[in-house]
Design a protein around this ligand. Structure first.
Ligand code: TRH
Length: 390
């Protein structure tokens, strides 16, 4: 059998989602499925935030089983891989496309699209798009939530690691399992104090948000102690401003009323999963952290990446509908109200209070939801399609 290789091209437009997804997929294809993977990235500095062992000064390096190459304007002459993944419609170098066209057999060329829960995705998944002048066909590959889509990225051992972290393993070994061992160690390593009775721990990863002040005030004045774990990034200035400060850095702790905010460093991807597993509720954004929150199986609130034409709201609604289907109407309504309030709607503090009251139901639902999604694995689906198409 011919050895399988894969080139993944990633253009980091903005934020961390594009490289977050590509890096996850690259590692999975290399380490779980044995492909020789080359990842071409035009911004190694953003990448380095997700994977601190990466050296952003190097044009070529091996990292966690993947060959990482800086994607410069002057693209080198290379032999294309058998599988070529163009992430999020980034444009491949012309010289590379030319080399694909003369390779025999032709590489399988996929455009990995953004995630959406909307119905139309099923109709577009795997559609071919012939090249206008070269003997090449590109296929659209859509992640998604149904069997007729490409599914979601999920590492082979993720859910077992999550379960061990959240308690299944530690309860047996600890004589006083007040908190699962994984979680206890995680908080200690981050310098976050032990939980107190009745406290709610919330991670907050978001963009600038008009509802921020209302949310923080709701927590401050609410009836429960809220510890908010805030990774450094775009929402930090707003939260610092709420406490009357110009700025903040990792390690800062601010407290007022029933709200305690602790600023965290931006951690590598695996540690971020642990943060989601350890918190009671997670605020997430964009694409990749939203999926990770679903694997964490905890109640979550999604801030969708805003688009100027407002189309993002249909996307928000599509996921909300799928996720809340089958929930008791009252619980589904609290999810709707809080998601909307966090994406431009009214009364975030009231929406939070109702949502928090439904936390038990939503936590059980989160586990059931993750179980429903886990059999639709993007890397496996993608490899099946590649092998059938080749
Ligand atoms: O960074 P994002 O806002 O990325 C967005 C979206 O992907 C959006 O769809 C896209 O169009 C836009 O960029 C250009 O959010 P996202 O997708 O959640 O990516 C964040 C990544 O950062 C994810 O892989 C998790 C990771 N992360 C860490 O590794 N450590 C951290 O401490 C945090 C907070 C996140």
């Amino acid at each position: 059998m011919r050895s399988e290789s894969c080139d993944i091209f990633c253009n980091v437009v903005d934020n961390y989602g594009d490289i977050g997804v590509c890096w996850r997929l690259a590692r999975q294809l290399a380490n779980e499925h044995g492909l020789a993977v080359r990842l071409w990235v035009d911004d190694l500095r953003s990448f380095g935030k997700l994977c601190p062992e990466l050296d952003a000064g190097l044009a070529e390096q091996r990292c966690r089983g993947v060959e990482v190459r800086r994607w410069n304007a002057d693209f080198p002459v290379v032999e294309p891989s058998t599988l070529v993944i163009e992430a999020f419609a980034c444009r491949l170098p012309q010289s590379y496309v030319g080399a694909m066209a003369v390779r025999e057999p032709k590489p399988v060329w996929l455009n990995l699209e953004y995630l959406s829960a909307e119905d139309w995705v099923e109709g577009c998944h795997k559609l071919p798009s012939p090249h206008p002048s070269l003997p090449l066909t590109k296929y659209f590959f859509f992640p998604g939530f149904t069997k007729k889509t490409g599914g979601l990225l999920l590492e082979r051992d993720l859910l077992a690691r999550r379960d061990a972290f959240q308690g299944d393993g530690s309860a047996k070994t600890s004589p006083t399992p007040a908190l699962p061992r994984g979680e206890r160690e995680f908080w200690r390593n981050l310098g976050v104090p032990e939980r107190v009775a009745g406290e709610v721990r919330v991670s907050l990863f978001s963009y600038e948000n008009e509802a921020m002040e209302g949310l923080l005030r709701g927590w401050e004045q609410g009836g429960q102690l809220v510890t908010c774990l805030l990774p450094e990034g775009r929402s930090l200035p707003q939260v610092a401003g709420y406490f009357g400060l110009q700025a903040g850095i990792a390690g800062d702790v601010w407290q007022r009323g029933n709200l305690r905010v602790q600023v965290l460093p931006f951690v590598e991807q695996e540690r971020y999963d642990e943060l989601l597993w350890a918190c009671d509720v997670n605020f997430v954004r964009g694409e990749d952290s939203c999926v990770r929150a679903q694997w964490a199986a905890k109640p979550f609130i999604w801030q969708i990446y805003p688009q100027h034409d407002g189309v993002h709201l249909a996307k928000l609604e599509a996921l909300r509908m799928r996720y809340t289907a089958g929930l008791p109407p009252e619980t589904a309504q609290t999810v709707r109200d809080l998601w909307l309030a966090w994406n431009g709607g009214p009364d975030i503090a009231g929406a939070w209070a109702h949502f928090a009251a439904q936390r038990g139901v939503l936590t059980r639902h989160g586990a059931e939801w993750a179980r429903r999604l886990e059999s639709n694995n993007l890397a496996l689906n993608l490899l099946d399609f590649y092998r059938q198409t080749e």
